[in-house]
Design a protein around this ligand. Structure first.
Ligand code: DGY
Length: 320
């Protein structure tokens, strides 16, 4: 065995990331690419100095309490860290990092796809074409909701929220946002700030979620908040499934309160919510916001930069 740090890759990250990781570390790769279980994480902690998990590996307080002291750093291959109990990891002296910035554009692009697909009946249109069921056309056929000139409400104006606002401006949408603090005029780019989510909800023809999942934001979009949206609004969630009360969302779709929803994240992943499948105005994708070649390489490289800094005795750039 060399004296290089041992790194566990529980998931098959990009080939470029694996190749670079092998240059600096003794890599243990889960070739099967199955989510790391609690038992695997605990067992691996006695064999490795570092791990590069994704959001599919859960570091709960219970798991963390059983980690071996050999494990020094968890360099997440994700920007979201709701799968990690950060206070428990900190109490154990384990360094934690994430991969901000590099996935903002890919995720914002996907949020645009969700918004467009939901607004313009992508699911129904695709089904009609694939099944040969497109047998008529009329001026009232598949009429959707136009983005141009509509009011877009963004909850969470961090990196992804701002990247999404920039793309939405290209569609001439009127951007409104709610954030813990108001952005500078340079970052706002003319967007209207709401210091309460309530006022944002009342104006949002389209509402897109870009905040992290925290105890405060779980079920943020519950029945009460969904009811505050204008009738016929469209909800977009490319952030985390925890933000939406899925039963309340179903109720709003079934009552017609919401015209449509575009979702890339679900309470249960993988799998999603089987009740959503009956509704063609719910456009769904399987948590692929950051899934482009460019971004997955960038995420892997960012995680490796954090590991390299840590093992060189420096402070990793994305230390949490
Ligand atoms: C993230 O980085 O948080 C994305 O959801 C993919 O894991």
């Amino acid at each position: 065995m060399s004296d290089r740090p041992v790194l566990w890759l529980p998931r098959r990250v990009s080939d470029a990331t694996i190749a670079r990781a092998r240059q600096g570390y003794d890599v243990i790769l889960n070739e099967a690419d199955t989510p790391g279980t609690a038992d695997e994480i605990i067992a691996m902690s006695a064999k490795v100095d570092a791990m590069m998990p994704c959001h599919s590996e859960h570091f709960s307080a219970e798991v963390v309490s059983k980690l071996d002291p050999r494990l020094k750093i968890v360099a997440n291959h994700s920007v979201g860290v709701d799968h990690c109990d950060l206070p428990a990891l900190a109490a154990k002296g384990i360094v934690v990092t994430n991969t901000p910035d590099v996935l903002s554009d890919a995720t914002a692009e996907l949020a645009m796809l969700l918004m467009l697909g939901a607004a313009r009946h992508a699911v129904r249109g695709d089904r009609l074409m694939r099944t040969g069921a497109w047998d008529s056309w009329s001026p009232s056929f598949m009429v959707g909701k136009q983005l141009t000139g509509a009011r877009l409400g963004i909850v969470g104006m961090g990196r992804v929220g701002r990247a999404f606002a920039e793309k939405a401006r290209g569609f001439d949408m009127e951007v409104h946002y709610f954030n813990r603090s108001r952005l500078s005029p340079e970052q706002e780019q003319g967007a209207t700030y709401h210091d309460s989510i309530d006022t944002l909800l009342t104006v949002a023809d389209f509402l897109s979620l870009h905040c992290p999942a925290t105890p405060e934001t779980v079920n943020l979009m519950d029945a009460e908040n969904l009811a505050k949206l204008p009738d016929g609004a469209v909800l977009v969630n490319s952030a985390r499934g925890a933000l939406v009360d899925e039963d309340a969302l179903l109720g709003a779709i079934e009552s017609g309160k919401l015209a449509a929803a575009g979702l890339d994240c679900f309470k249960t992943e993988p799998g999603g919510n089987p009740k959503f499948a009956a509704h063609e105005n719910i456009f769904m994708l399987p948590h692929i916001g950051s899934a482009t070649t460019k971004t997955r390489d960038a995420m892997g490289f960012r995680a490796l930069d954090n590991l390299d800094a840590f093992f060189a005795g420096q402070t990793p750039r994305d230390l949490l």
